[in-house]
Design a protein around this ligand. Sequence first.
Ligand SMILES: [Zn+2]
Length: 94
Amino acid sequence: MFPKCPKCGYEHPSGTAPVEQCPSCGLVFRKYLQALAGAPARAEAEPVGADEEKPKLLARLVYVPDEVESWRVWTGAALLWEAPGLVFSTLFFC
Ligand SMILES: [Zn+2]
């Protein structure tokens, strides 16, 4: 996803599979992107890190942009769609 961690600057060795999380500082890139998309402009100036979860949760409560919301809705819909299929395939093939 990121060739270089936006938080700590850790560079992933080339040729490895795409990583979701920085192995150095533990930053989850998806959450980082959500924070970038969802946080109010002034929050972007602050470093994403130490107190990562609290400001983000607060930002989500206060301000939920359409693109994040639709992303979450579609993910939820996909999970709901997949779940029964997984149960059925387990019943039928085991
Ligand atoms: Zn990092």
